[in-house]
Design a protein around this ligand. Structure first.
Ligand SMILES: NC(=O)c1ccc[n+]([C@@H]2O[C@H](COP(=O)([O-])OP(=O)(O)OC[C@H]3O[C@@H](n4cnc5c(N)ncnc54)[C@H](O)[C@@H]3O)[C@@H](O)[C@H]2O)c1
Length: 348
């Protein structure tokens, strides 16, 4: 079958990537969607069960840092669009293994950019999915896309470094890149190390929510479907060389989040909510909040469609309906990751 467009999604087996891949495969049967992912500990192939037999879906298990493999993909497939999501994403771990984060997030982006730029078939768009954390924290200033970048943890520093690399390909070669910086994204299938699934998993197994620190830390939470619709809109209407914040006004203090989830999962009265909270030490310095404005994206026509009440309802229900989704997953053996042109193309 001839396809109108070939889209490469890196990190397509991860939380956001799998929602993006499912959406692309279903909405665009005339597009071929290739997912390049090394199946790190935080993802499950089951996230893509609904599309794995589709004729327009191809999975390549491999490492985005493997230049030989990445060059091979660009030399053998006519890639029109790249959504680059593959990354190490857990902030806590980035303090323990910053060099791993630097390798995957920066070197991986460099390998991908180099291969995409040198490909015989020139891509139309390279969308780099970055984070609001590159701005660093703010108590009162709301960040827009022109605000200075001041990352304050190893994860966000590597995302910012990768952004600079991406931007340099626009500045130097007019390679058609677009960068998105999103708030915290939540929804079904997110790995249990992130705050909402962590709280839900603890509560479902009758353990207390461990709230880190006592500082008034809050986060903005955007439902994953809204994030995906922003990425798809940016692909079609975004201006090359530009950065787009993807944000939400839904800001929730972490303690309030825990309390809300206790009530939803344990169904207890207000007077018993505290029995399900446990305060544990936090890092010495932690970013309290990341306020951003996304007027630029809204001018393209994007609106947040899923309110917090609905998004969290769907999320809680998914974790209740799939209590073993993450439990049953054995750690993937990294030695099985394919390299170079030996990569197995697992069509469908
Ligand atoms: N989750 C959020 O709240 C959020 C917010 C803003 C931006 N982002 C960005 O969105 C992207 C996806 O985030 P997520 O939450 O889905 O993360 P995730 O950890 O669920 O998924 C990351 C994916 O990348 C893959 N991966 C890791 N290293 C790889 C490598 N070397 N080669 C190939 N694949 C590799 C993993 O296997 C996994 O499938 C990341 O770039 C992240 O920085 C996430």
């Amino acid at each position: 079958m001839d396809f109108n467009r070939t889209v490469l999604v890196t990190g397509g087996s991860g939380f956001i990537g799998s929602h993006l891949v499912c959406s692309l495969v279903s909405r665009h049967p005339d597009w071929r969607i290739i997912n390049l992912d090394n199946l790190d500990y935080c993802c499950s192939p089951r996230s893509l069960e609904s599309v794995e037999d589709r004729a327009n879906y191809t999975f390549i298990r491999g490492d985005v840092c493997d230049s030989q493999l990445v060059n091979h993909i660009f030399n053998t497939e006519n890639i029109d669009v790249i959504f680059h999501l593959a990354a190490k994403t857990h902030v806590e771990s980035s303090f323990e293994t910053p060099s791993v984060f630097q390798h995957v997030n920066v070197d991986g982006t460099r390998a991908l950019l180099g291969a995409a730029h040198q490909a015989r078939h020139q891509p139309q768009r390279f969308v780099y999915v970055s984070t609001d954390e590159v701005y660093g924290a703010s108590l009162d200033q709301v960040f827009d896309e022109s605000s200075p970048v001041r990352p304050s943890n190893p994860y966000s520093a590597t995302k910012a470094a990768a952004e600079y690399l991406v931007r340099s390909y626009w500045d130097k070669y007019k390679f058609p890149i677009i960068i998105t910086r999103s708030n915290n994204i939540y929804g079904p299938r997110q790995f249990t190390e992130k705050v909402i699934p962590r709280f839900l998993t603890l509560l479902q197994t009758n353990r207390k929510c461990t709230v880190q620190g006592t500082l008034p830390k809050s986060r903005h939470f955007l439902f994953v479907d809204d994030a995906v619709s922003a990425f798809l809109l940016v692909l079609e209407k975004g201006i090359v060389g530009e950065v787009y914040n993807v944000g939400t006004s839904c800001e929730i203090p972490i303690v309030q989040l825990a309390r809300e989830l206790v009530k939803m999962v344990k169904n207890v009265p207000e007077s018993e909510v505290n029995d399900w909270l446990e305060f544990v030490p936090d890092r010495p310095r932690v970013d309290l909040r990341y306020p951003i404005t996304c007027e630029k994206l809204q001018r393209l026509g994007w609106r947040e469609e899923v309110c917090w009440a609905e998004g969290i309802r769907q999320t809680v229900k998914w974790y209740q309906d799939h209590p073993d989704f993450w439990k049953a997953e054995p750690p993937f053996n990294q030695s099985h990751v394919l390299t170079g042109s030996d990569a197995l193309y697992n069509t469908h």
